[in-house]
Design a protein around this ligand. Structure first.
Ligand code: ZN
Length: 298
């Protein structure tokens, strides 16, 4: 522990005495985000190969790394990607890891009608169930949750989602259709902004893995001082590259060596959070500001 003074360690609750919890989540997007943006990308062999690296190569390396350190992880897989790469889904399940719902098409929910969003959501659930996954959690694709999304998660009997960004600890969300646990991710802990370059107008500076993981260590240490939840959002086509996985291994070692960080699956954090009656409860209504059309004309 460096720098910040730690508050009193929780004696129970969702952290069960740890200073922080870390969840390794992998969004196995594959080709879906690009095909959802423009189906003509299917004719671009370079783009398709870039995305296929994730399910075809990255995931198996990630599974090897998780086995080496004996840590769990959660893999959010779009239905369309699961159908295109069923052996990848099989390998994740065979290794004992969690599969989560990540839409069917990987299109932004905010651009869909209510009927379209429901159809996409249910098609993804059916697809993952057919491939043998017992799904209890959801992450919205492209961070594009509508005001309906959390209610869909609850009404389909899922336990949690990992999408909204208004905390860095779990909380209970009253969706109007039932309660779910929210496990907030954050951009600072997402590899897309750090590593991904696509020659279709979405270009970032590709950073050194050493630089990226140094930032994630800072996040981890700061959240250890806050009793926080470290949700790493990683994409196998990006983090599955060799040097980046080596850097991730260093972060996992750092967390394990700290001795006060619980490395858990998202489902396990949600299970603990649901049992913790001291967790904050929030309602989805608060995210609907109902803007005054005189102030914000549409
Ligand atoms: Zn995604």
């Amino acid at each position: 522990m460096t720098g910040a003074r730690r508050p009193e360690a929780p004696t129970g609750g969702w952290l069960a005495g740890a200073a922080a919890a870390m969840v390794l989540t992998f969004d196995v997007d594959g080709e879906s985000p690009l095909l959802a943006e423009d189906a003509r990308y299917a004719e671009n062999a370079m783009l398709m190969s870039h995305q296929a690296f994730g399910p075809e190569v990255g995931v198996s390396r990630i599974l090897r790394l998780l086995a080496e350190y004996e840590v769990p992880a959660t893999f959010f897989v779009p239905g369309a990607t699961a159908e295109r790469h069923p052996r990848t889904v099989e390998a994740i399940l065979a290794a004992g890891h969690e599969i989560g719902h990540h839409s069917y098409h990987h299109r932004p929910y905010v651009e869909m009608s209510e009927a379209e969003e429901r159809e996409d959501f249910e098609r993804a659930l059916e697809t993952l169930a057919r491939l043998g996954a017992h799904v209890t959690g959801h992450r919205t694709p492209l961070s594009s949750a509508s005001l309906r999304t959390s209610g869909l998660v609850a009404s389909h009997g899922l336990s949690y989602e990992s999408t909204l960004m208004d905390d860095d600890r779990p909380y209970m969300l009253d969706t109007g259709n039932g309660d779910i646990v929210e496990l907030p991710p954050s951009w600072a802990l997402d590899d897309w902004l750090q590593y991904v370059n696509l020659p279709i107008g979405e270009s970032y500076r590709v950073k050194s893995p050493a630089e990226v993981v140094a930032g994630w260590r800072l996040e981890l240490d700061a959240l250890r001082a806050e009793g926080g939840l470290v949700v790493l959002t990683l994409h196998p086509f990006a983090t599955g590259r060799a040097s980046r996985l080596r850097a991730l291994a260093g972060l996992i070692e750092y967390a394990l060596d700290a001795g006060d960080v619980a490395v858990l699956s998202a489902a396990e954090v949600a299970r603990r959070a649901r049992a913790d009656e001291s967790l904050p409860r929030r309602s989805l209504d608060r995210l609907d500001p109902r803007p005054d059309p005189a102030v914000y004309p549409s």
